[in-house]
Every structure is written in C-alpha cells, then in structure tokens.
Design a protein around this ligand. Structure first.
Ligand SMILES: [Ca+2]
Ligand SMILES: [Ca+2]
Ligand SMILES: [Ca+2]
Length: 352
C-alpha cells in the first residue's frame, strides 16, 4: 500500500512539472480582480517557409553572334560564331543558380541519342555557365581538341531574379555536318528533326532543382583542300620513276563522309614537244590505297573508293596525308626530256 502511494505521489509530481513547463505564465492582479478589459498573449509565432523554387527558363535561342538572327531549327555554318541565349528566372534570388549546362550532340539519326563526350570533339559539345563562387564564369568542358572555339559570355541583369546569359562559340571546320531530315520542325522544347544536332539547356540551383529544355539545329557541309607542291621524278626508259616519299602534303578539312581522288591528263606532254607518256603508265600509292591504284582508268582514290566514302573524323580540326607517291613506268623508246601534266585532286562529300 505504501508503495502505491509513493507511485501516485511521483506521478503527480511529474504531471505538475509538465504543466509548469507547458502552461504560459499569467499574473493574477488581485485575488478579486473585478473588470478585466485587456488581455495579452505575445508568445506565439506565424512561421512562413519560403521554399527554394526551381528556375524557370523563360526563353532560349541559338543565334548568329554578330546579328542575333535565330538559327534554332535552322542551319549554321562552320567557322562562324554563334551564341546560346538563355533567359532564366530563379524565384528566390539569382545566387541560387549554380549552373546553366548546355550540351549538344549530333543525333546520328536517333532522337533517343544523348550527349557523349567520349564519342569525339566533332560530335559533342558542353558549354557551362557556372555561378557557384559568387563570380560567374563561362567554361567549355568539351571539346578539348580545338574542334569548337569558346567565345565570350555576356550576362545581362534584368532584376534580382532574372538574368539573360549569352554563351558564344565557333564550331570549327570538321564540326559534324547535319542536314536535318528535309523539313525543319519548329516545335519548341522538342527534338523532332533527324540528322540534326540536338541540344539540352539544363539549369541547376543550389537547392538541387533542375529545369531543362531541348531543341536542335543543323550544320552545313564543308570541305577545303590544299596540296603543298608539285612533284618530280626521273628514271631511264624501261625503269620506274617515283616521286619521293613525303614530297607533298595533302591537307584538308571535311565535316561529312568523303572521297579524295586524283587524276591527270590522258598524256604527259614532253616540254618542247616530240613525244608524250600515257597516264596508263602512272600508278599512285599512299593514303588509303592498298598496293597501287593505276591512272589507266582515269582516277586513283586516295581516300574512300568508287563505291564508298571515307568516314568522318570524330576529332581534330584538319587532316593531312604525306605518303602519296606517283610512279611512272617509263616505256622504252621514250625521248629524253621533261614530261608534264597537271594533277587534278578532288575532295567530295557524301551529300545524301
Ligand atoms: Ca525541330
Ligand atoms: Ca534531332
Ligand atoms: Ca585507278
């Protein structure tokens, strides 16, 4: 019985202690107060939580850097500067914006394709506006081999929550051509034109919210070719005259599958006249040629062949070949002297 009394006593102590904690203090003015006309309670709060909201991409575009002409769902040229223009609002404050990541990639005819930097610098690009340190910066994370040249950034403050960011870049001359599927669709925030460059603009806030849009653009084909020098060779009749290995360098730029071939006139004419050598006696080696390719059919393919194109170059800004040689098997009975014919090199792209 005494134990029960002790338990009850302890329980009462606990209850009164809790009520002393939870009840707010009040003062009894007097034991018999009469009118009480005003009462106060100032110890509770209204708490409003401002949620860190996701950014809104108000607008986006790809434009010619110098003119502002839109090239979204349109073709761009290599060797010309363009800019992504992104108008973003962060509902809290601009300082919440950590990154605006712009990735772009050649879609290979597949709208399910994604950015993949390992596929090569002429096939993927990653531009980034970074705002994590208090000072915004513009970085090009890919490519790294000069296939795209980074330009400058412009950031226009509209107000404390909205900025317009412009990131400039110049695709170099082997940046993958992308003809599109024949008719550009302008549907916003959609990738629906096959064989284009798809791009994604993704805005990340410091609270971890991500907002993104996607769209696309095309790239015109481009090729350029130069050969370093004329070449010479000499031999006796009945012998082979070969130009020196490394005597000429063929330099070119291509952004589509391609062929490179060479031909010459049907005969090499003797300077001063009196004789000629048929191109049937001329063979070409080097480049992709396996063994020798005779000019007796009027053409030698240094890259690609009659029925197929050489693949594009996933990386690099230009190509060069320095192992091409010409071999003339001089027939017996050929007059001594110099025989000359112009060489005609043709670099052609796959236009399909
Ligand atoms: Ca489209
Ligand atoms: Ca596409
Ligand atoms: Ca041939």
């Amino acid at each position: 019985m005494r134990r029960y009394v002790l338990v009850w006593f302890l329980a009462l102590l606990v209850v009164s202690a809790i009520s002393a904690i939870t009840e707010k203090d009040f003062i009894i003015i007097s034991a018999n107060p009469g009118h009480i006309d005003v009462a106060y309670e100032n110890d509770t709060y209204l708490n409003v939580t401002v949620i860190a909201g996701p950014a809104t991409i108000n607008s986006y575009d790809l434009q010619v850097a110098s003119t502002g002409v839109s090239k979204k769902n349109d073709m761009i040229d290599v060797g010309t500067e363009y800019k992504f223009v992104v108008n973003v609002t962060c509902p809290n404050t601009w300082q919440e914006i950590d990154y605006i990541n712009i990735t772009a990639w050649y879609d290979q005819g597949d709208e399910n394709s994604v950015y993949n930097g390992t596929a090569g610098g002429n096939l993927n690009m990653f531009l980034q506006y970074k705002n994590t340190t208090g000072t915004a910066e513009y970085n090009m994370l890919w490519p790294t081999g000069g296939e795209v040249t980074k330009g400058t950034m412009t950031e226009t403050v509209i107000n404390e929550t909205t900025h317009v960011v412009e990131l400039r870049f110049t695709p170099q001359h082997q940046f993958r051509s992308a003809p599109g599927d024949g008719l550009w669709s302008n549907a916003a925030n959609t990738t629906d034109d096959l064989r284009s460059w798809n791009f994604k603009i993704e805005v990340t806030t410091s609270s971890g919210n991500i907002t993104w849009v996607k769209d696309e653009f095309g790239v015109y084909r481009y090729c350029e070719l130069s050969v370093s020098s004329s070449v010479t060779a000499s031999a006796l009749p009945g012998h082979r005259a070969s130009t020196q290995l490394g005597a000429l360098t063929i330099t070119y730029k291509v952004n589509a599958p391609y062929k490179l071939n060479v031909t010459t006139n049907e005969t090499l004419q003797r300077v001063g006249g009196g004789d000629s050598i048929s191109r049937d006696f001329i063979n070409v080696t080097g480049g992709d040629i396996v063994g020798e390719d005779s000019l007796n059919d009027g053409v030698a393919y240094i890259k690609g062949n009659a029925s197929s194109y050489h693949a594009i170059h996933a990386s690099g800004t230009q190509e060069s070949i320095n192992d091409v040689q010409y071999h003339c098997d001089i027939p017996f009975g050929t007059l001594s002297g110099v025989y000359s014919s112009r060489l005609y090199y043709t670099l052609s792209l796959d236009t399909s």
